[in-house]
Design a protein around this ligand. Structure first.
Ligand code: SF4
Length: 368
């Protein structure tokens, strides 16, 4: 119980853990979808505090980690062009492409800039009418509304020098893909609270029903996660499978309707390749034809780029919950945050980075 006293309400944490322990009669495998949840779990040692029968499988909910290598290489090619100002959130800069990363492009003279909002990139385009400004628009449903707003604003302003390299991915199709993947062990999901704060959770009941799997919308603080786990295990033990909202302070069933309206106006569903996983049908968004002029992949000819994944990286297995990061032979040896082989070791939401940063160098069983 080494971490418990540091919790905001350690008594509540103890009582949630006692409840979970009392109700657990058999082994259960739960997947927390979001990389932010994975970091909170590992940072706070929640997996070490739970009964041994409960396994937490870390899901693919890290947008940086699932951005396909081909798209990273496209970004690198665009960022290397002379007249381009390439804008990105900071966590993409160290994600390795086939040969280099955005930091390397910057050190080679590329104009790569870290921004804190896609609207900063729109502003740069207004200030630099003679240059092409490209924003790297990746992420799940959470970051998509701001990206959609940026494209909409660029169109309203009549900007001809702003575009976005888009790779948005969606949670419900990923859950379906996990449930139908060969050898799947996941029996229940802790769904990502921030995604549902935007999208609501009206999309989830058909998924829970179809795959007979409990889905509990869960927050990110240790107590949120313990409550989500408690509710999930209660459903599993009772043989039930429904959608439950354990993050009521931020999530409603309908979600942020205004954001959903902008998303529907700017984006349309498309098949997306997930790094390490493969193509999942209708699992992403791309710009609608009316916004095609703002699509960087369309504006710059970056097709035909050949990619090569590191053979020593098992991020695909990590992202599908088939391997814990510290079971990868390269973990902490050939692959560290300073010299990463895969995006999961770089991203602030990557499972490999969580295991490395919080000292999980040995398997959980050895620490019990
Ligand atoms: S530890 Fe490194 S090499 Fe292994 S799966 Fe994670 S990112 Fe890839």
């Amino acid at each position: 119980m080494k971490y418990l006293d540091e919790f905001r309400d350690s008594e509540l944490a103890r009582s949630l853990l006692a409840e979970i322990r009392e109700m657990t009669t058999r082994p259960w495998a739960l997947m927390e979808v979001c990389g932010g949840q994975t970091h909170s779990i590992i940072r706070n040692g929640l997996d070490q505090l739970l009964p041994e029968k409960i396994e937490l499988i870390h899901g693919p909910g890290c947008p940086v980690c699932v951005t396909p290598l081909a798209l990273i290489d496209q970004a690198l090619a665009i960022a290397s062009r002379e007249n381009v100002i390439f804008c990105s959130f900071g966590d993409m800069l160290r994600v390795p492409g086939s040969e280099k990363d955005l930091f390397r492009v910057k050190s080679e003279g590329g104009d790569v800039r870290v921004v804190y909002s896609p609207l900063d990139a729109v502003q740069l385009a207004r200030q630099n009418p003679g240059r092409e400004v490209v924003f790297f628009g990746i992420g799940f449903e959470t970051t998509a509304p701001a990206n959609a707003m940026a494209v909409k604003l660029a169109k309203q302003l009549g900007l001809k020098n702003f575009s976005m390299l888009v790779s948005h991915v969606l949670v419900p199709p990923a859950i379906a893909a996990i449930m139908t993947s060969p050898g799947n062990r996941v029996q229940a999901f802790l769904a990502a609270g921030h995604v549902c704060s935007v999208m609501g959770y009206w999309q989830y009941p058909p998924v829970a029903e179809r795959y007979r799997v409990p889905i509990v919308i869960t927050g990110f603080e240790p107590l949120d996660l313990l409550d989500g786990i408690r509710r999930t295990v209660a459903q599993l033990e009772a043989g039930k499978h429904f959608v439950e909202n354990a993050y009521e302070r931020a999530v409603t069933e309908v979600g942020n309707v205004a954001a959903q309206r902008v998303l529907a106006e700017v984006f349309e569903e498309t098949d997306r390749a997930w790094r390490g996983i493969g193509v999942i049908p209708l699992s992403g968004w791309r710009l609608r034809p009316e916004y095609r002029a703002f699509d960087a992949a369309h504006r710059f000819d970056v097709s035909g780029i050949r990619t090569e994944e590191s053979r020593d990286c098992h991020a695909g297995e990590v992202l599908q919950g088939r391997m814990k990061p510290n079971e990868c032979p390269s973990f902490g040896t050939k692959c560290t945050p300073r010299k990463p082989l895969g995006a999961t070791m770089v991203s602030s939401e990557g499972a490999c980075a969580a295991y490395y940063n919080y000292g999980r160098f040995v398997a959980l069983a050895a620490t019990r």
